[in-house]
Design a protein around this ligand. Structure first.
Ligand code: GLC
Ligand code: CA
Length: 538
């Protein structure tokens, strides 16, 4: 496989609203991010994926864009954005922009024109039908909204304020490619592509993801924009299987660098999806992760536990109280020793946790409110109480609470009133405390990044083979990474019990662990104890 810089890099995701406020309006902004670049640099990452900062009415916190070529005033100016790119580049960090092109905001000039009349030149930029079909919106309710002006329905797979673009229209595609080139010319390092598996859809057949035109459009996009530049592109594709992932990421097909797959992120979804979670099937989790490790051969994987749409992993599948630190380090080690490009979501590196807000109104997320209306009020398939349990466990605002920088009021995030409640645990869990404690979660992440990028084991971690051991063990996640030079063994106890180490091994060296005093003579792993060992035999 031809080596690429993004095989070796580690990405840090910033959700700008919640990262750092610089002007006291309670909302994070670009100058705030610039002021924290040195911190990000200290962690050792090479890329920042920036969730959307474009002009937006903020119905979905910026995933509803009204101008792709301008910055929303709450985040700053285009000049601030250029400064961010320059300042990040100076520190060896590339900025990957979020590309949201399945839909725009309903306030985008294209949509304002489109809805004016059936013969408007922008009419076909969107998807209009005389009658709606049965499609449902991800955020609840029908995916069609009736528009009085022209007495037709427009399609929106997400909120009403996020009309789907008509990718079948070549003018739409050209406009998007021009916009992408405009950003690439400003010096960005690539794109994270929002719900990109939707763009080839066949709306009338109700085929939304993996539609007939998907790969054709991606190849065209590649050819007309980033194909001849050395950038990172990652598609958000909830619908991908390993076979499909290879279509996207096999370099000879000229589509994307890699995708985010979500098979491991939906295994605890129940009857009503994320709102009715089931307990984690740990053996299944290992099987799924292993499948993705071994079945992507021509392409490339991404690795993640968290992002702005997912609850915090230590609250979801671990213990965010008594064993918060051990647990956060366990998830980190298990993920970062896998093959693929690791992504860290802001606050993960200090072990931030889910939040439980008192009332539904305290939640800000459009998905929570849309689905409440749909599941509880209209279809009445879930009780208020059941839905709220789902929100506590799985709601997206869990990950969106502001970054906890220090012990000062509002966690150092803002001097004003934060847009979303700050987790009350900030006096204990914050960056300043983490940086001053050499045993903190932060330094485990730093060490993992260093092991991957700058150690003797880099090649083994990046390109080595993978083998799952003790496949059906209900407590331990055990795997090997190996090549001609090294044989690394990862053993992780996913439980709160003492668990006997059921593998025989001959260790030469301990590379990293989450307890300070592991010894190879030890026959048990303590709660969440995790070790990476270099074995004698190759
Ligand atoms: C993606 C984003 C999510 C957004 C949705 C619609 O899933 O990650 O935050 O709400 O697309 O744009
Ligand atoms: Ca601000």
């Amino acid at each position: 496989m031809e080596k690429k810089w993004w095989h070796k890099c580690v990405v840090y995701q910033i959700y700008p609203r919640s990262f750092q406020d610089s002007n006291g309006d309670g909302i994070g902004d670009i100058p705030g991010i610039i002021s924290r670049l040195d911190y990000i640099k200290t962690l050792g990452v090479d890329v920042i994926w920036l969730s959307p900062v474009y002009k937006s009415p903020m119905e979905d916190n910026g995933y509803d864009i009204s101008d792709y070529q301008d910055i929303d005033p709450i985040f700053g100016t285009l000049h601030d954005m250029d400064t961010l790119i320059t300042e990040a580049n100076k520190r060896g960090i590339k900025i990957v922009m979020d590309l949201v092109v399945n839909h725009t905001s309903s306030e985008h000039p294209w949509f304002i024109e489109s809805r004016k009349s059936k013969d408007n030149p922008y009419r076909d930029y969107y998807i209009w039908r005389k009658e709606p079909n049965g499609l449902r919106s991800v955020f609840g309710g029908s995916a069609w909204t009736y528009d009085e002006g022209t007495k037709e329905y427009y399609c929106h797979n997400f909120a009403k304020g996020q009309p789907d673009l008509n990718w079948e229209n070549p003018r739409v595609r050209e406009e998007i490619y021009q916009m992408m080139n405009w950003w690439l010319d400003r010096g960005i390092g690539g794109f994270r592509m929002d719900v990109i598996d939707y763009i080839g859809k066949d709306i009338d057949k109700e085929i939304i993801t993996n539609g007939p035109k998907l790969h054709e459009y991606l190849q065209e996009m590649n050819r007309k924009t980033f194909g001849y530049r050395d950038v990172l592109t990652v598609g958000e594709t909830w619908s991908a299987t390993p076979e499909i992932a290879e279509l996207y990421s096999d370099p000879s097909r000229n589509e994307l660098s890699m995708i985010f797959q979500f098979e491991h992120m939906t295994i605890d979804w129940g009857k009503w999806g994320k709102w009715t979670p089931k307990p984690l099937d740990f053996v299944k989790l290992k099987k799924i992760l292993s499948k993705w490790q071994t079945q992507i051969n021509k392409g490339w994987n991404s690795l993640f536990w968290n992002n702005h749409d997912l609850p915090r992993i230590i609250s979801r599948w671990g213990n965010d109280q008594e064993y918060r630190v051990e647990c956060a380090k366990m998830f980190a080690i298990v993920l970062h020793l896998l093959k693929g490009t690791p992504y860290i979501y802001q606050g993960e590196e200090i072990g931030m946790t889910n939040i439980k807000l008192e009332k539904l109104e305290d939640y800000q997320d459009v998905e929570i409110h849309g689905c409440y209306k749909d599941f509880v009020l209209e279809r009445k398939v879930l009780s208020n109480e059941d839905f709220m349990q789902g929100v506590y466990k799985m709601g997206r605002d869990n990950a969106r609470t502001p970054m906890q920088w220090n012990k000062s009021p509002n966690a150092g995030f803002t001097t004003g009133k934060p847009w979303l409640t700050i987790n009350p645990n900030y006096p204990v869990i914050n960056v300043e405390t983490a940086l001053s404690d050499k045993n903190s979660v932060f330094y485990t992440y730093k060490k993992l990044i260093d092991l991957r990028k700058n150690s003797d084991y880099s090649d083994t971690i990046i390109y080595g083979d993978y083998e799952l051991l003790l496949e059906n063990d209900k407590n331990l996640f055990v795997y090997r990474r190996y090549d001609d030079n090294y044989n690394l063994l990862v053993i992780a106890n996913f439980t709160e019990e003492h668990v006997p180490i059921k593998v025989k091994y001959n260790a030469e060296k301990l590379l990293i662990s989450n307890y300070p005093d592991f010894t190879p003579q030890q026959h048990f792993l303590r709660p969440y104890e995790t070790v990476v060992l270099r074995l004698k035999s190759k």
